[in-house]
Design a protein around this ligand. Structure first.
Ligand SMILES: [Zn+2]
Length: 146
């Protein structure tokens, strides 16, 4: 176990969660947007010979790749800074609307991971990320259609 002070744990956890949020947001925007744009491009290049088959393969491949990349970010980043235990459950409850009911400590070493005041903020961040994803999808679709 690493020697790390309590305020440092909270600070490091916040940094990891921020990094996680940013990477997942980017992965979703690039992945979904890229898939939609790729579909548009495929349709354009194939012209009349375009069928649902290649489109479906590209779509499923794009979604799987996106989810896979997001999963790597979850796997790598959502760990306790002190004992390296996976804290994805603590993170998802703390950053949801049920934050008041969830534990703020690591199940492995009992370190406090989340500050009381830092919790509610993340609901707002999540909503912003979702809106950004939607916006990116629409923009890509519009670009692909031209
Ligand atoms: Zn821990």
């Amino acid at each position: 176990m690493k020697q790390i002070s309590a305020p440092e744990i909270i600070q490091e956890m916040r940094r990891r969660v921020r990094l996680y949020m940013i990477s997942v947001a980017l992965i979703i925007i690039v992945g979904f947007g890229g898939t939609v744009a790729g579909l548009g491009l495929l349709k354009k290049t194939m012209g009349d010979s375009f069928t649902a088959g290649p489109g479906a393969i590209l779509f499923i491949g794009g979604i799987l790749l996106t989810v896979g990349c997001a999963w790597i970010a979850v796997y790598k980043l959502l760990r306790c800074p002190k004992c390296d235990r996976w804290v994805v459950w603590q993170m998802s409850t703390n950053y949801s609307l049920f934050a008041g009911m969830s534990s703020r400590t690591c199940p492995g070493c009992g370190s406090e991971l989340f500050e009381e005041k830092s919790r509610r903020r993340f609901v707002r961040i999540l909503i912003i990320i979702m809106l950004l994803g939607f916006a990116a999808g629409f923009i890509f679709q519009w670009l692909a259609r031209r």
